[in-house]
Ligand binder design. Structure first.
Ligand SMILES: CC(C)(COP(=O)(O)OP(=O)(O)OC[C@H]1O[C@@H](n2cnc3c(N)ncnc32)[C@H](O)[C@@H]1OP(=O)(O)O)[C@@H](O)C(=O)NCCC(=O)NCCS
Length: 161
C-alpha cells in the first residue's frame, strides 16, 4: 500500500525530474513557500534516502455551480461550490511505467475525501497541463468541463473507496 508523507525540507527536491518542467520547478522552488503560507499541502512518496518518487498538492478552491453538468447542478443548492483543488501531481521519470501516477492519484482522492469530515468540498478539480494528463485523469472518472478544468464529484470518490 502507498504511504505518502508531508513534504519536508530534508527531502531531496533538487533531483526530482519529470516530463513537465513547471511541475519539476514547482517542487524545487515554490512548494516549501506554499506550505509555509498554507496555500497548498504537499504530499510525497518517499524513496530511499529521502528521494521523492512522486508528489501532489491539495488546496481549497471553489467553482461556480453553472460550470458543472446540469444534472449535478440540480443537486447543489449554492451558487458557489466548495471544492478541493488537486493543483499538481507528478512522478519522477525514473519510476515511469510502474503505475505510480495511479497510486498517487488514488492517495490524493482518498485524502481529499477524508478531509471533507472537517471542511466541506463537493468535488475534486484539476487543471491538466497536457493531453496526456487529460487522458490520465479521464481514466479515473474525471469529467472535462468547458473551461478545460476537470472535475470528479466527491460522491463518485466515496463510491470508489
Ligand atoms: C501523468 C502521470 C502522473 C501518469 O502516471 P502513470 O500512469 O504512472 O504513467 P507512467 O509514469 O507510466 O507514464 C506513461 C507514459 O507517458 C509518458 N508521459 C508522462 N507524462 C507525459 C507528459 N506530460 N507528456 C508526454 N508524455 C508523458 C511517460 O514518459 C510514459 O511513456 P512510456 O509509455 O513511453 O514509458 C505521469 O505520467 C507523470 O507524472 N507525468 C509528468 C507530470 C504530469 O504530466 N502530470 C500531470 C499533471 S497535469
Amino acid at each position: 500500500m502507498l504511504h505518502t508523507v508531508e513534504l519536508k525540507s530534508s527531502h531531496k527536491k533538487t533531483v526530482f525530474s519529470c516530463e513537465e518542467p513547471s511541475l519539476e520547478n514547482y517542487l524545487k522552488k515554490q512548494a516549501g513557500q506554499d506550505i509555509k503560507r498554507k496555500v497548498a499541502a504537499c504530499f510525497v512518496l518517499e524513496g530511499e534516502n529521502e528521494i521523492i518518487k512522486g508528489y501532489y498538492t491539495l488546496s481549497s478552491d471553489n467553482i461556480d455551480r453553472t460550470i458543472i453538468p446540469v444534472e449535478l447542478q440540480k443537486k447543489m443548492p449554492y451558487k458557489t461550490l466548495p471544492v478541493t483543488l488537486l493543483g499538481r501531481l507528478a512522478r519522477d521519470v525514473n519510476y515511469k511505467g510502474q503505475g505510480l501516477g495511479e497510486l498517487l492519484l488514488a492517495d490524493a482522492l482518498k485524502r481529499a475525501y477524508a478531509a471533507t469530515v472537517t471542511i466541506g468540498a463537493c468535488a475534486v478539480v484539476t487543471d491538466p497541463l497536457s493531453e496526456h494528463a487529460r487522458k490520465f485523469y479521464g481514466g479515473f472518472g474525471f469529467i472535462s468541463l468547458e473551461s478545460g478544468r476537470m472535475f470528479v464529484p466527491m460522491q463518485t470518490i466515496e463510491a470508489s473507496l
